[in-house]
Ligand binder design. Sequence first.
Ligand SMILES: [Zn+2]
Length: 245
Amino acid sequence: MRATALAIVSILATACVVVKDSDEQIADSAAGVVVVDMDSVRDAARAEGARAHAASAPAPATAPVVGPVVAPPLDTVNRSAPPAPVSDGSAPHPTDEELRWLAASLIVPVQGVKTSELHDSFTEARGGGTRSHEALDIPAPRGTPVLSAANGTLRRLFTSKDGGLMIYASDASDRFILMYAHLDRYAEGMADGIPLKQGQIIGYVGTTGNAPPELPHLHFAIARGDGAHWWKGVAIDPYPLLTGR
Ligand SMILES: [Zn+2]
């Protein structure tokens, strides 16, 4: 299993089933991009109140974390932040046992997509080769239902310039963060703190954020978190977990 100490939200990128010209165009569109600036995230958390702050104790998976999140206005995002993923040396690395447990707890989070159709894009270069993708892109027609990959809790509905409409969820063990990005829209009833059932429709595939308009896809990322920081952790490749390869 590949696990790198990087923030889960660092990079958005693109579908892999594209011709070279499009790849380059996409790479350009994704270059220098940070999905969520950590300072802005922290500012947003502070604005929600002290109990939302990362320093607070991990919330039980069943308890609402805070009220509705308000993403920082896009024009306040600090674009001078380093485009590289933020290392999170304090986050625990997943053990082999945890990864086996997680693999047994996941389904492909796009309706109708088989594991055999997935393409591992975790280590693909992004940002002009300065960093790796650290997520799984799952191409699908716009509007295809996005499913909760696991049982757990919806931690945050979030919007960012590059990730577009996003969902951050924790799994049932509260160890792992599951992040879904570029959603066309959320499913009805989605709200911070609600329980999620594996297979439940949580949104729809789209191109919000920096996804190429002609290549709707789900950007799906997993990280081993620490239970307190809903936006970061040690990135884990979803592909081998989903496919057993
Ligand atoms: Zn991606």
